[in-house]
Every structure is written in C-alpha cells, then in structure tokens.
Design a protein around this ligand. Structure first.
Ligand SMILES: [Zn+2]
Length: 116
C-alpha cells in the first residue's frame, strides 16, 4: 500500500482508496494510470463525459494550435505555433503525426480513463 496525491486537492490518499476522503474525488486505480498506446476513447471518471481522439490528426492538420488550445493543451498550443513560425509552417504538417500521443498523454495526466 502506498500514498498517492489526490489530483483534485493534493491530499495524501491510499492508492487502495476508491475516492479521496477529503474532497470525494475518485482515485483512479494504479493500472489505469498509463493508457494503452492504442487508446482513442477516454472517459472522465467523475462526469462520465467521453472524448474520441481517433481523428485528432485531422483536426491538428486543419487547426493546429487552435485545436490544442480548445482542448486545454496549452504547452502544445504554444509549441505548435512557435514551431510553425520557426520552421515556416513545416512543423504544421509534422505535428498531426504526434497529435494522438499528445492528447493521450494529456487526458491520462488529467485522470481520464482509457475506454478503448
Ligand atoms: Zn482530494
């Protein structure tokens, strides 16, 4: 048994707990922390909202940094814009190849659960 930080309030919680005793946020099981590399559908543990990143490459190709900003991935929104400026737009065509991995990491880090 180990203590992990609650992602909502940073309270120290047992990794065996199903929810945080302080704020009630659900504690994702250890195994669910790393999403399978093939996962394209993620579910929010509290709201049940799902997101599909299957076609994220197309959105990134069309909208680039705007798409990342809409998804709240600010580091990549800034990075994709800067890289596009530095590489005269070339990176805009390369970024879509990494879109799925970027979003997978983004949702996993925020505690979303990989559905499939
Ligand atoms: Zn908490």
């Amino acid at each position: 048994m180990a203590l992990i930080s609650c992602k909502e309030c940073n309270n120290q919680v047992s990794d065996q707990a199903t929810s945080c005793p302080k704020c009630g946020a659900p504690i994702a099981p250890q195994l669910a922390k790393v999403a399978p590399s093939s996962a394209t559908i993620f579910r929010h543990p509290a709201s049940g909202e799902t997101v599909n990143i299957e076609n994220s490459w197309a959105w990134v190709l069309l909208f680039g940094c705007v798409y990342f900003a809409l998804k709240g991935v600010w580091t990549h929104a800034a990075a994709s814009l800067l890289l596009a400026l530095v590489t005269a737009g070339f990176s805009w065509l390369v970024y879509p190849f990494f879109a799925r991995a970027v979003l997978r990491g983004h949702y996993s880090a925020k505690g979303w659960i990989a559905v499939s």
